[in-house]
Design a protein around this ligand. Structure first.
Ligand SMILES: C[S@@+](CC[C@H](N)C(=O)[O-])C[C@H]1O[C@@H](n2cnc3c(N)ncnc32)[C@H](O)[C@@H]1O
Length: 211
C-alpha cells in the first residue's frame, strides 16, 4: 500500500474509532454515540495535510516537531514530505488509546525509522528535550489553550527560518488568544489562513525577535 492509499485508509478507519470511559458507558453514552462525546481521533482534513506537505517541500525542511499525534494521520503527511529531504519528525501524544493505533500506522507507512513518538504530556516532554534537538517546522494540534506555555520551551529548539503552523486558529481562536498575544509580543509575524479550521502560519523564525 502506498502512502496515499494508507492515508485514505486512515481517514476511513478514523470515522469509526471511538473510546469511552467506564463512567460514560455506565451512562449509556456509547450507545447514543453523540459525535461530540467519547475520545475520537480528530484528524486534520486532507487539504490541511496536503498544505503541511507542500510547506515542508517548498522550504526544504528536514526536522519537524508535532504536538498531538492522535492516530498518526498528520504525522504521516509530515513524514512523507520529510522523507524526500532525508529528514525526521518528533511527535508527542499522551492518549493510551491512540498511541498503539499510531504505532501500527507508522509501521504500515514504512516511515517508522524517521518518526520518534514521545509518549506522555507535552509540557513534561518538551522540558526534557536535549538542547541539540532543533526543528525547522512545527505543527501544533493539541490542547490549544496551552500553546503559549509551550512556545517558550519550543523556541529554544527553533532553527533560523523555522515555520510554525497551528490548526484550529479559526474555529478555536478564543482559546488560542494567549498564544496569538505571545507571538505578537515576541515579534513573530503570523497570519491565519482561511482554510479548513483556520491555520495559523508564522513567518520564518528569527532568534533576534522579528520574522
Ligand atoms: C486534534 S488531535 C491531533 C490530530 C492529529 N494531529 C492528526 O491530524 O492526525 C489532538 C491530540 O492531542 C493530544 N493531546 C492533547 N493535549 C495533550 C498533552 N498535553 N500532551 C500530549 N498529548 C496531548 C490528544 O490526546 C489528541 O490525540
Amino acid at each position: 500500500m502506498n502512502t496515499h492509499e494508507l492515508l485514505k485508509k486512515i481517514e476511513q478507519e478514523s470515522l469509526s474509532l471511538v473510546w469511552w470511559k467506564d463512567e460514560q458507558k455506565a451512562r449509556g453514552e456509547d450507545v447514543v454515540n453523540d459525535p461530540k462525546k467519547g475520545e475520537r481521533p480528530w484528524i486534520i482534513p486532507e487539504t490541511t495535510g496536503q498544505f503541511l506537505h507542500d510547506v515542508i517541500l517548498k522550504n526544504n525542511f528536514s526536522s519537524a516537531l508535532e504536538l498531538g499525534t492522535s492516530i498518526g494521520y498528520s504525522t504521516i503527511w509530515i513524514a512523507d514530505a520529510l522523507s524526500q529531504n532525508n529528514g525526521n519528525v518528533h511527535t508527542i501524544e499522551h492518549s493510551l488509546n491512540k498511541i498503539p493505533v499510531a504505532k501500527k500506522y507508522f509501521q504500515e507507512s514504512g516511515f517508522e525509522k524517521i518518526i520518534t513518538l514521545h509518549e506522555g504530556n507535552i509540557l513534561a516532554i518538551l522540558e526534557q528535550f536535549p538542547s541539540d534537538l532543533t526543528f525547522d517546522f512545527v505543527f501544533m494540534d493539541a490542547d490549544r489553550g496551552h500553546y503559549h506555555e509551550y512556545f517558550p520551551l519550543i523556541k529554544k529548539h527553533l532553527r533560523e527560518g523555522a515555520i510554525i503552523i497551528a490548526d484550529n486558529a479559526g474555529n478555536m481562536n478564543t482559546r488560542m488568544q494567549p498564544f496569538f498575544d505571545l507571538l505578537q509580543q515576541e515579534g513573530v509575524a503570523f497570519e491565519i489562513l482561511n482554510m479548513d479550521n483556520g491555520l495559523l502560519i508564522t513567518g520564518g523564525y528569527r532568534s533576534g525577535g522579528t520574522s
